[in-house]
Ligand binder design. Structure first.
Ligand code: NDP
Length: 258
């Protein structure tokens, strides 16, 4: 018996990184998974791989900044599987100066940088939630898991201002969702990963000096594998977390405990 047997789960940014890991884990644990991304070739590849394993998954194009894309992917989930039980708002971007410490100084941050990061990381979560709430309500309740970051809880020399701001917005938006929809049986929680081995952070960690500086700040002394975050997301989406809402799950190797 899987931990999310028969549940219908929608995951954004599922073509690679943590999102792709979550697609695989949820499917292994018995869920039917609809997932979207802007990287259609990769997304279709993940779909093919998962189906070859006998998993019931469906990929569709989803730009999280598009309200119309969100409406269609939620409709796809309901048409294909009859209902929606859970939403994982995972898609996100980080901006960096490229190859260096990964941060961009305030004076070098353009209005376009700010808008792009806020659009994808914050507005994307709002639009996903807005589209999913009526479907979760029709299902009689459900779970929303928003991927924030430790950057949504603390500032750091190594991060850009808009990234911190966008992830902080996700943290509080999650609590507003939890409170406003608790009476409908809809739970909402945020996950706050520390450094994880995904394509997003590869260019930063490719520089051994920067990697050493960053890892020195991690009590467990390493970056995590995406599965170590996916298990937390699975827990929050599942019925095991039936009394958990408005909570923050930090998965960061001890970074913000110090
Ligand atoms: P990845 O870049 O590996 O994966 C994110 C996926 O989201 C990519 O496929 C990306 O495509 C996609 N995406 C970007 N923009 C959009 C959009 N507009 N609509 C739909 N999909 C989009 O990153 P991670 O797996 O590392 O990140 C997953 C989440 O975890 C993000 O929210 C990130 O901020 C967060 N996080 C990551 C940490 C880390 O150390 N990796 C730490 C803390 C939080 P594209 O490549 O085109 O951008």
């Amino acid at each position: 018996m899987g931990r999310v047997d028969g549940k219908v789960v929608l995951i954004s940014g599922g073509a690679r990184g943590m999102g792709a890991e979550e697609v695989g884990l949820f499917a292994r644990e018995g869920a039917r998974v609809v997932f979207g991304d802007i990287l259609d070739d990769l997304g279709q590849q993940v779909e093919t791989e998962q189906r070859a394993l006998g998993h019931d998954v469906a990929y569709a194009h989803l730009d999280v900044t598009s309200e119309a894309d969100w409406q269609s992917i939620v409709a796809l989930a309901e048409e294909r599987y009859g209902l929606l039980d859970a939403l994982v708002n995972n898609a996100g971007i980080s901006i960096s100066a490229g190859g260096g410490a990964g941060n961009i100084a305030m004076e070098d941050t353009s209005v376009d940088d700010w808008d792009r990061v806020m659009d994808i990381n914050s507005k994307g979560v709002f639009l996903g939630t807005k589209a999913a709430i009526p479907a979760l309500r029709r299902a009689g309740g459900g779970s929303i898991v928003n991927i924030s970051s430790i950057a949504g809880m603390t500032g750091a020399w190594s991060r850009s201002h808009p990234y911190n701001a966008s992830k902080g917005a996700v943290r509080l938006f999650t609590k507003a969702t939890a409170i406003q929809h608790a009476a409908e049986g809809i739970r909402a929680n945020s996950v706050h990963p520390g450094p994880i081995m995904t394509p997003m952070s590869e260019s930063t960690y490719a520089d051994p000096e920067v990697a050493a500086q960053r890892l020195a700040l991690v009590p467990l002394g390493r970056r995590a594998h995406p599965i170590e975050v996916a298990y937390g997301v699975l827990y929050l989406a599942s019925d095991e977390a039936s009394f958990v809402t408005g909570a923050e799950l930090v998965i960061d190797g001890g970074c913000i405990a110090q």
